[in-house]
Design a protein around this ligand. Structure first.
Ligand SMILES: [Zn+2]
Length: 1071
């Protein structure tokens, strides 16, 4: 037997530095042929009533676009957590889902058919159009599958769910009916953000989803005077200001603030009314005007005026000054033009005032009758014409109306997240879910959800729920789940029926909606074809017809928790055990999207949350910190990264980053490579080391945890702590923390245990020593446990290493390691960790003092609170940092005090400021004057104020060390003092060790095997020769020289430069 026991690559050896992408491709091919994924699900029992299942809901992506980094990131989490839970023994089914309806699909179908408007869709025919939609949405499923498979995400594509399937849609209309029956669905005319280009309203949460929806835009702003026709200031011009001149033809009222102070000013015979606070802003036009009167909003209210345009002259209750609480004097004139149907607040006020909204703008955003002059013009295009008419008093401008000012105005303005055109606010008829009726319950149920990061619960999500508005769920479009409402087409005989199943439809209509092949299908136009006589109409003339709208796609995806299994029509038992989900994950903005709509529907329909744990991650940014952009090429190409560094490297980069703690992440190639260096290479090197020496010794390791060697015991106990930590972290969905633990553990394994234990593995086989079974057994145990722990984090490379080590089928079929099976030794771990800290601090000192490690130094003094814990470890420290003597000293001893080491407190004003306010100055003063202390429990008090973690840094600082020493502080208390004086004798040994290194390099260059003996002749500079002679035994022993001479004669061989300007010349041959 030799290692690897098996390899997916088919290689018989363990390469020293493999191409990870090649290893990955081989593992992926193995998984496919072995059907490992299915086995990993199947080998775990569901348990009674599904009690052993871990339920994961896949948030469905749109399938008519290619996957991007965001999907990649989410996909890794969607893989990692289920892999972990599987190893913990749970059964985790993973079904891929597709979001198939809605605008993305319709826009693509329109593009393919070369059409631009909904009228053209009707001309083409809804059936043909929807066929095109259906074809377009599954266009990239192949690419998705390849991409997801390459990233090593295990998910069932064959048994996927699609929101356009008849079963799924039946569950969707069932949910609509549930809400309707509870009285939480209503039809209303409301002002909504509206895309004139896509001819559809958007819901408010769609506006808040994407950071790109609010963008800067320049609009014309006008200040218009309308003539007051009654009241105390009759004849004066009330000045209104608007950035939507196109809404002026629909003006219905002027709003003022009840308590705002207004002035009437006179200039050139005209009087103007505006807020006193805004007078200064009109310096240019009204600078010399004289204030002739003062008034308030309350006094102005009730005055009538002539509308700026005459289209709606005589409109009932209109053209009055009314009060509204949201009027401010931050910009404009303090008088606000209102057009009822084109602003959310406007609509509230005109409703209150009994003014019926007017709507001279069509669904395409173009003017209609009676606004004759601009009919057919898109509203933004009409702005310029309207302003021209206002200026000239032409068209239908009411005589006496004045254009006081026109300007351009830069503001942040909402755009369509789909087509990027600027939105308008427009009154539309829509059906709503009355979220406001049960949002208090949503807030209560939200408290049952564990959010990662935690602040999302009462922050981004909680606040959004608290301020929830009713949800506009219908779209006057084509490709979607139908609004299941049939209505009488004669108002004289009203009737409204809501359907929640195929069976109900069949009962009333005698048949199901069917496609041309006869299959039940709830899509338009088939569902629209179901009509019947109105049972409430004795004349028999009116007909029940479906409301033609379709449902918002977010209603589809929000129904996923029950619709994916066709609840309540099928899988009743399954559903009971699988709702709510244990776990979902998407990016942060889904707090206004999918997380939100899932929660609305789960609360409204089931009075339960839809999910128990939710990771809400940040977004990935390009290497320049900006949004990723194909045209800017500001991010590494995914395929290139897969081919160069591998999918595990990418997974590690994303999973270990702040992005899973809710922060955003800049993607750089360097960051990805750092992960390879910090994790993949140490993991592989540890395995390579093990395999190399086990094979050299012809030894098959027997895993053991019984070694008595202190290094082995330390490593095993450290492994136990590592398993405990990662288990707790992954149980808490703290993925990045688990990555931190793994990185730290790999450092211990490769940079401490293996490096310091090399000789125990070397001293075997050909060199005549005994195989150190304890060392091999320990390392085999640790590698096995390590791979099982890294399996969810690095699934591909862990698989190759684990199978090579154990010969097993798959690490993903193995159980998560049990920390209890490893020995605990907290005292040893703590002591050795301190030893490592001492060595690391000392190495840092050497680096700073430019004293190379090969140069021996005379002594190191280690000052710690409890030196007894380090007794016995001095030889390890001495060897590791190359000093002759290590001295332990108690931190509270007199000698320790003589080093002048102290703690320093720094208050972080930026962190403490928000909490402490002005008191932060007292805390800072205290930290500087020494008026501060650390209590037993660690509480830091400064200037009489207790500080909390993060608001300060506490560091140990040393006074300038005494000549000939260097001083470094240890994390967690204590410090080290290194004697930096180099005697001639120490210098000579250092040189001799440089010579050893030069000879070792020469041996490798000559292609010698590590165990080959050599005959060696050394020449070179005088100092080097002297050192090589003085330390002949050391040099000869280290380089396995059977004959050894140093000569002043020229030597024919390789030269090498050593420290201190010395050099050596080496001639060697195999003995
Ligand atoms: Zn749009």
């Amino acid at each position: 037997m030799s290692y690897p026991q098996v390899s997916a690559t088919g290689r018989g050896d363990v390469p020293a530095s493999p191409r990870f992408p090649e290893v990955e491709e081989a593992v992926l091919a193995y998984w496919e042929s072995d059907d490992t994924f299915r086995a990993s699900v199947e080998q775990r029992e569901s348990g009674p009533g599904g009690s052993n299942e871990f339920v994961f809901y896949d948030g469905p992506p749109f399938a008519n676009g290619l996957p991007h980094y965001g999907h990649l990131l989410t996909g890794y989490v969607k893989d990692l957590v289920p892999r972990y839970q599987t190893m913990r023994g749970r059964r985790v089914e993973r079904r891929f889902g597709w979001d198939t309806h809605g605008l993305p699909a319709e826009l693509e179908a329109m593009r393919l058919n070369g059409i631009k408007t909904t009228d053209e869709i009707l001309e083409l025919g809804i059936e043909k159009f929807n066929e095109a939609c259906r074809a377009s949405v599954m266009k990239y499923t192949g690419e998705w599958r390849e991409y997801v498979t390459r990233q090593a995400r295990w998910v069932d594509f064959d048994n996927d769910y699609r929101t356009m399937n008849a079963d799924y849609m039946e569950s969707v209309i069932w949910a609509f009916k549930q809400l309707h029956d509870k009285g939480w669905v209503y039809e209303g005319f409301r002002v909504l953000p509206y895309c004139w280009n896509d001819e559809t309203p958007l819901s408010n949460h769609e506006l808040r989803m994407d950071e790109g929806t609010y963008r800067n835009r320049q609009d014309p702003a006008v200040t218009v005077g309308v003539r007051l026709t009654s009241g105390e200031h009759e004849g004066a011009l009330a000045l209104v200001w608007t950035t939507t001149p196109w809404t002026l033809p629909s003006n219905l009222a002027v709003m003022v603030g009840e308590d705002i102070d207004y002035v009437v000013v006179e200039k050139d015979g005209s009087r103007y009314v505006l807020a006193e606070a805004r007078l200064g802003a009109y310096e240019r036009e009204l600078g010399e005007a004289e204030v002739v009167a003062r008034t308030t909003g309350a006094a102005l209210a009730g005055s009538t005026y002539d509308p700026p345009f005459s289209y709606y002259r005589g409109h009932e209750n209109a053209f009055r000054v009314v009060t509204a609480e949201f009027v401010t004097t931050t910009d404009g004139t303090g008088l606000v033009h209102t057009a009822g149907a084109f602003g959310e607040d406007d609509k509230v006020v005109t409703d209150r005032e009994g003014i019926e909204a007017v709507m001279p703008v069509g669904k395409d955003g173009r003017f209609t009758a009676p606004v004759a002059e601009y009919a057919g013009m898109q509203v933004f295009d009409a702005n310029a014409h309207i302003i021209d008419d206002l200026k000239a008093g032409t068209g239908s401008v009411t005589p006496g109306t004045v254009l006081l000012r026109r300007e351009t105005y830069d503001h942040s303005y909402p755009h369509c997240w789909r087509c990027r055109e600027p939105l308008i606010y427009k009154g539309v008829s829509s059906w709503f879910v009355e979220v406001t009726a049960f949002k208090a319950r949503m807030a209560e149920l939200n408290q049952q959800i564990n959010w990662v990061p935690e602040h999302v619960k009462d922050g981004q999500f909680g606040k959004w729920v608290e301020n929830a508005r009713d949800w506009s769920i219908t779209r006057n479009r084509f490709w979607g789940s139908p609004v299941p409402v049939w209505r009488s087409d004669d108002e004289a005989y009203p009737r409204l029926d809501v359907y929640g199943s195929f069976a109900e439809l069949e009962r009333d209509f005698g048949d199901l909606p069917r496609d041309r092949d006869g299959n039940p299908d709830l899509h338009r136009p088939f569902v629209d074809e179901l009509t019947r006589p109105n049972p409430d109409d004795p004349t028999g003339r009116s007909t029940m017809r479906r409301v033609t709208d379709v449902l918002d796609v977010w209603f589809d995806s929000g129904s996923m928790s029950f619709a994916q299994v066709h609840h309540p029509f099928e899988n009743e038992d399954w559903f009971e055990g699988h709702f709510p989900a244990d776990f979902i994950v998407e990016y942060m903005a889904q707090t206004r999207g999918w997380f939100y709509t899932l929660h609305i529907l789960a609360t409204g329909v089931f009075d339960r949350p839809a999910f128990e744990n939710c990771i809400s991650h940040g977004i990935v940014l390009g290497s320049d910190g900006e949004k990723m952009s194909k045209s800017l090429r500001n991010y590494p190409d995914v395929s290139e990264v897969f081919d160069r560094d591998g999918a595990d490297a990418m997974r590690w980069f994303l999973m270990s980053s702040p992005i899973l703690r809710g922060g955003n992440l800049v993607v750089t190639e360097q960051g990805i490579r750092d992960g390879v260096r910090q994790v993949l290479i140490p993991l592989w090197n540890s395995w390579y080391f093990f395999a190399l020496y086990a094979n050299a010794a012809g030894h098959e390791a027997t895993p053991t945890t019984a070694s008595s060697d202190p290094m082995d015991r330390y490593l095993l106990a450290k492994t136990r702590e590592y398993v405990e930590a990662t288990t707790a972290q992954l149980d808490a969905y703290a993925v990045a923390d688990a990555c931190d633990s793994t990185r730290g553990f790999l450092d211990v394994l490769s940079n401490w245990y293996i490096r310091r234990s090399r000789e125990r593995f070397w001293a075997t086989g050909s060199q005549g020593g005994q195989v150190d079974e304890a060392a091999f057994g320990t390392l085999a145990t640790v590698l096995d446990v390590l791979c099982r722990t890294t399996a969810p984090l690095l699934p591909l490379v862990s698989e190759e290493v684990w199978r090579g080590l154990t010969g097993g089928r798959s690490v993903h079929l193995a159980d998560w390691p049990d920390a209890e099976e490893l020995p605990a030794d907290p005292a040893l771990v703590s002591a050795m960790d301190q030893v490592r800290a001492v060595c690391s601090a000392t190495s840092a000192l050497r680096k700073a003092e430019q004293l190379r490690t090969r140069l021996p130094l005379s002594s190191l003094t280690v000052v710690v609170p409890d030196p007894a814990t380090l007794e016995g470890f001095e030889p390890i420290v001495a060897d590791e940092v190359n000093v002759r003597a290590v001295r332990l000293l108690a931190a509270d001893s007199e000698e320790a005090a003589s080093y002048g080491v102290a703690q320093r407190l720094t208050v972080n004003a930026r962190a403490a400021g928000p909490r402490l306010g002005r008191d932060v100055q007292s805390a800072i003063k205290g930290s500087k004057s020494g008026d501060w202390s650390v209590a037993e429990d660690g509480t830091v008090t400064s200037g009489g104020l207790a500080l909390v973690e993060g608001e300060y840094t506490l560091e140990t600082v040393a006074e300038a060390a005494e000549e000939g020493t260097a001083l470094g502080v240890l994390p967690g208390g204590g410090f080290v003092v290194l004697d930096t004086r180099v005697t001639p004798e120490l210098a000579a040994e250092g040189l001799a060790r440089d010579v050893v290194r030069a000879v070792q390099q020469a041996r490798r260059a000559a292609g010698l095997d590590v165990s080959d003996r050599v005959r060696l002749v050394l020449g070179g500079s005088e100092g080097a020769r002297a050192a090589a002679e003085a330390h002949a035994d050391l040099v000869a022993g280290e380089v396995l020289a059977t004959s050894y001479s140093v000569t002043a004669e020229p030597v024919d061989g390789e030269s090498a430069t050593l420290a201190d300007g010395e050099s050596v010349t080496i001639r060697l041959e195999r003995a």
